[in-house]
Design a protein around this ligand. Structure first.
Ligand SMILES: C[S@@+](CC[C@H](N)C(=O)[O-])C[C@H]1O[C@@H](n2cnc3c(N)ncnc32)[C@H](O)[C@@H]1O
Length: 362
């Protein structure tokens, strides 16, 4: 049954989750003017608009007052047959309308994040939106919405807002290491405000965050103090990160000394050693820190700087071996203009017996 009604008898959907966009609306307006009404809109039984809210608004503005209503219970498709259009007409209106139909739908879509989140609670939208997409809505609906919006949806990372960006290779190698480790417990000892903590939280069942300066962590104390006072409580760790701007060599020695003979399972160790800058600017080198010799601090040489990456590598090999572990390098690279070394290691407890052997050598 068909009927003709006035467009003003239709009721817009006040809870429409699409806010529309200025560009989409402009294109819709132009398309209605030039090409006329295309695909049908959709109503519920009370003449409320399910789909086509924006089209109705623009059509009413343009004086397209009459609406042909086709009643349906959804068992058959409803086709609008445009008697004035022909797809075979080269460069004709029919082809242009095909473009306009798709492109306007695409350009005029701007989800109302709060609306979507509210609806996702009230009904099952799991087929329409993944968890990651809903999380993204939650982020854009939260504080900072305006600035997020200005960046534009297309260019925003899905984890934007989870800590500031960090050096890309450091991030890549750390994530690789996290996924090589068992997924239980991670110790993030120089946790900071970068994005690593949130990557670790994705990967591990539990992350213990330590930072001497940052408030929002589990232990706001120096890493050394954490190791001395609390490491025995977290001996089951699968992953430990020493992401220091200076050198974490002392802390790494302390870790190995504490876990010696007690840790039976392999773990991944990550480190950032920024001591290169010290060598360059302050001209001081402390070989003792890297278990090289006991002469104390001496003037740094150009060779110390050149060999910085090897020094860190040899240090890890030595300290792990000294305390009964076998280290396997996973990644090592020198970044930030040569001043910083980033490494990841697999550390495996040596079979019992190896430790005694090792200790006999000292
Ligand atoms: C390179 S940032 C860490 C960045 C972070 N891991 C990321 O990329 O997501 C170094 C952090 O170590 C902290 N820090 C420096 N010395 C420390 C120490 N001795 N113990 C604990 N935290 C320390 C600093 O406050 C800073 O937040």
């Amino acid at each position: 049954m068909t009927d003709e009604i006035d467009i003003h008898e239709l009721t817009p959907d006040a809870q429409n989750a699409n806010e529309g966009t200025p560009r989409g609306l402009k294109l819709l307006d132009e398309s209605l003017r030039e090409l006329g009404a295309g695909r049908s809109i959709l109503l519920d039984k009370h003449f409320r608009i399910i789909a086509g809210n924006k089209t109705v608004e623009r059509a009413a503005d343009l004086g397209l007052d009459k609406v042909i209503v086709v009643e349906s219970d959804g068992t058959r498709l409803v086709a609008v047959r445009r008697t004035d259009l022909d797809l075979d007409e080269p460069g004709g209106k029919a082809r242009k309308l095909a473009y306009a139909d798709n492109r306007i739908a695409e350009l005029d879509l701007d989800w109302d994040a709060e609306r979507v989140l509210a609806d996702a609670q009230a009904m099952d939208l799991a087929e329409m939106f993944t968890d990651a997409e809903l999380k993204e809505f939650a982020r854009s609906a939260g504080p900072g919405e305006e600035s997020d919006r200005q960046i534009g949806r297309g260019g925003r990372l899905y984890n934007a807002g989870e800590g500031h960006d960090i050096e890309p290779f450091k991030l890549a190698y750390r994530i690789e290491a996290a996924y090589r480790a068992a997924g239980g417990l991670a110790l993030d000892l120089y946790s900071g405000e970068g994005q690593l903590a949130s990557w670790y939280e994705r990967r591990f069942e539990r992350v213990i965050r330590v930072d001497k300066n940052v408030a929002d962590v589990d232990y706001k104390i120096p890493a050394l103090k954490f190791l001395q006072q609390h490491l025995p409580e977290f001996m089951a760790f699968d992953f430990v990160d020493f992401d220091d701007e200076g050198s974490p060599a002392r802390e790494i020695q302390t870790l190995f000394a504490i876990i010696q003979g007690k840790k039976q399972r392999p773990f991944m160790l990550c480190l950032t050693d920024g001591n290169g800058l010290n060598l360059k600017l302050r001209g001081k080198f402390n070989p003792e820190m890297y278990l090289q010799d006991n002469d104390g601090i001496r003037a740094a040489t150009a060779e110390d700087y050149e060999q910085f990456e090897e020094t860190v590598t040899q240090f890890i090999e030595q300290v792990a071996g000294r305390y009964g572990f076998t280290p396997t390098p996973i990644s090592s690279y020198r970044g930030r203009e040569g001043n910083v070394v980033y490494q990841t290691w697999l550390i495996v407890p040596a079979p019992s017996g190896a430790l005694e052997q090792n200790e006999a050598n000292h």
